[in-house]
Design a binder for this molecule. Sequence first.
Ligand code: NDP
Length: 294
Amino acid sequence: MSDAVPVTVLGLGEMGGALAAAFVAAGRPTTVWNRTAARADALVELGAVRAGSVSEAVGASPLVVVCLLDYAVAREALKPAAGRLRGRTVVNLTNGTPTQAAQMAAWVAEQGGEYLDGGIMAVPTTVATPEAFILYSGEERVFETHRAALEELGAAKYLGSDIGLASLYDLALLSGMTLMFDGFHHAVAMATSAEQGSASGFTELLVPWLTNMARLLPAFAAEVDAERTSRTTPQLTQGLDVQVSGLLNIMNASRDAGVSTAPLEPAMAALEGLLETGHSEWSAPASVRQLKTT
Ligand code: NDP
């Protein structure tokens, strides 16, 4: 018999199913619940226990991991088990906003439970592999109590007691990813306008290029931090005129190739905004500051 703390997983979609499978593979007693009960079949064969209701599922373990479509669904699903949350910890790995995290934390606290919010930086196939990491926020004591179980899903990264931090960082990481993918789509549309070559051949060049450029980000980040703490560091700048003329070339070549310039227009507007506010040089802190509306 395992002496590991039992866990319950609510939600056995692509991601919830992968999380539950990781707990089972780690030898942890795992109870599972899903609206469509049949989605638990494969997990039950592996050793998980199927609960007949959310209430029964919550009652089975001191640690309850939630991974459902969204916070509204998670809240509705938990409602019938509200009376059983006292003394238990809910770890909500459903994707949502910091405001939703704070509301869910308050609701769980009203029921007498403890709460951690999380953001999964993995896809189902990379859960429990070295590639996966999961962000957590909430009380550190609660995180430390359950750290061993949470590490079974992927590296557990505790961000701080501000309950909204995990979802804020999760969504900010997804923002970076979204804009990178948009850049990939535009670059491939340009490159494949030529008769010779292929998207795959072009991407063999794009990946090392973007990898090299990504290596500049820690230096840019240090400059942003220096500005926030009033330290001074030499800034990595480039003339805005050089940036504008390079971007104009990209846009003109894009039009000539019959490719929309729409994904590039916000970048041009940002450069123009810097010029209008008196900047002659591009720098990461100025660009970040420019995006903030408050
Ligand atoms: P799926 O669509 O595969 O699963 C959705 C889950 O929500 C299922 O368990 C589904 O139950 C349940 N559900 C949906 N509507 C209801 C409802 N009205 N009442 C009760 N249960 C409901 O999504 P994923 O597993 O991929 O995603 C789950 C969460 O994980 C999301 O917040 C997502 O953003 C996050 N995530 C997903 C990643 C991924 O790569 N897939 C990566 C990182 C985070 P049923 O089976 O009955 O339909």
